[in-house]
Write a protein that binds this ligand. Structure first.
Ligand code: G1P
Length: 312
């Protein structure tokens, strides 16, 4: 087995996008959930931009049936650009070009939906023998909060694997991968985030059995040994090959696994309510939309009937 403490820096990112998006039906009958707009950009574009910003501009998307529109989105559109050129619409030309130029995007198909671990395994030949990041499309991290950069720094220092953690409270932990940690947090990684050494992991535990309320949110920096671990991971929770189980297997082999406990802004665009909140929060802060949206929002909220009052 190659050295588990891999000191090469990560350069590549893997984004699994094969999920069905049932929570957004009927919209997702014909549009992949990853392309639903958050203000005016698909959720997935934010993820690719985040990856590129952290220095990972080689991106592999693991897709499935019904996701061809994602490939179209990251392709160049010469006809559209020519039409905008004719109109002299430079702002839109730039917006269109930015969506494709930000990273080198590659695609592979998962074939069968056998779980997140199985999706990540499809990236084995793309990644080769170096550490890499995995970004899940449902979690948007605010561009001002440098989570992935911190995780890459922790991986460069300690080797092994690094996961992003968020305290979601004991009442929500059964929806996530959950970790046990050494009680004394290590040095802060900056901006209020904390680095912890992980001692155990369990995928979507029962609330009463969860070792903590620290949930894995959708960012990972993984050692390439993860592929071998996934190959020998049997189906787990939900009959799926779980990434959490494969990382646990590495931990049990002595590979260091750390967590960065995130204290910044995260939006779960896989959840309808959080999706709405993400759109409003991001739009309010935009220079082009915020000045008109903020006063409207204030008066709209002011006019809302108190909770519990009947709607006219
Ligand atoms: C996946 C992972 C889980 C993690 C979650 C984060 O679950 O299996 O460990 O906590 O993503 O969003 P999913 O949401 O795909 O069921």
């Amino acid at each position: 087995m190659p050295s588990p403490t891999n000191r090469r820096p990560a350069r590549k990112a893997v984004i699994p996008v094969a999920g069905m998006g049932t929570r957004f039906l009927p919209a997702t009958k014909a549009v992949p959930k990853e392309l639903l707009p958050v203000v005016d950009r698909p959720a997935l574009q934010y993820i690719v931009e985040e990856s590129a910003r952290a220095g990972l501009a080689e991106v592999l998307m693991v897709t499935g049936r019904g996701k061809a529109a994602i490939e179209d989105f990251f392709d160049r559109t010469p006809e559209l650009e020519a039409a905008l050129e004719k109109k002299g619409d430079q702002a839109r030309i730039d917006a269109v070009a930015k969506s494709t130029d930000v990273a080198q995007v590659h695609f592979v198909r998962q074939g069968e939906a056998k779980g997140l671990g199985h999706a990540v395994l499809q990236a084995a030949s793309f990644v080769g023998d170096e550490p890499f990041a995995v970004l899940l499309g449902d979690d948007l991290i605010d561009a001002r909060d440098l989570l992935l950069e911190q995780m890459l720094a922790v991986q460069a220092e300690h080797g092994g694997c690094v996961v992003a953690l968020l305290d979601v409270g004991a009442e929500n932990i059964d929806k996530y991968g959950c970790v046990a940690v050494e009680d004394a947090p290590q040095n802060g990684a900056g901006e209020g985030d904390t680095v912890v050494a992980i001692t155990g992991m369990v995928e979507k535990p029962k609330k009463e059995e969860a070792p903590s309320s620290l949930a894995i949110i959708g960012r990972y920096v993984l050692a390439p040994e993860i592929f071998e671990a996934i190959r020998s991971t049997p189906p787990g929770r939900g009959g799926e090959i779980q990434l959490t189980d494969a990382i646990l297997a590495l931990l049990e082999q002595g590979v260091p696994v750390h967590g960065v406990v995130f204290s910044g802004r995260r939006y779960d665009t896989g959840d309808k309510l959080d999706y709405l909140k993400a759109v409003v929060r991001l739009a309010v802060e935009r220079e082009d939309l915020g000045p008109a949206l903020r006063p409207w929002l204030r008066s709209f909220v002011g006019d809302l009937p108190p909770e519990g009052a009947s709607q006219a």
